[in-house]
Design a protein around this ligand. Structure first.
Ligand SMILES: [Zn+2]
Length: 98
């Protein structure tokens, strides 16, 4: 049975796309500014906090650690190259002496 009032605007609102137990999308109205309904993670206070420290397990991939690793790697390669240069110089010197 049709509603007495115009409910078109209400039905135009964004819908929750969460998968239900029978595999179809939830389709309940999404909480404003979010993509999910109040029962599927759209509720106030749900989701990870900003700058979530709970998501950090070991820090191996933090921006800081990655840039440190790159700097160390660069230094190591430079050192290796410099050592090879010195070795070549030494070889050359020994050759000149004999
Ligand atoms: Zn939902």
């Amino acid at each position: 049975m049709a509603h007495k009032r115009n409910t078109a605007a209400m039905h135009q609102s964004p819908r929750c796309g969460a998968q239900t137990r029978n595999g179809t999308p939830c389709q309940a109205p999404a909480v404003s500014g979010r993509k999910r309904c109040r029962m599927h993670g759209g509720a106030k206070g749900s989701g990870a906090p900003k700058g979530n420290q709970n998501a950090l397990k070991h820090g191996r991939y933090t921006r800081e650690h990655v840039s440190t690793k790159r700097a160390v790697r660069r230094q190591r390669l430079e050192t290796r190259a410099r050592l090879a240069e010195l070795k070549d110089l030494r070889k050359q010197k020994d050759k000149d002496r004999s």
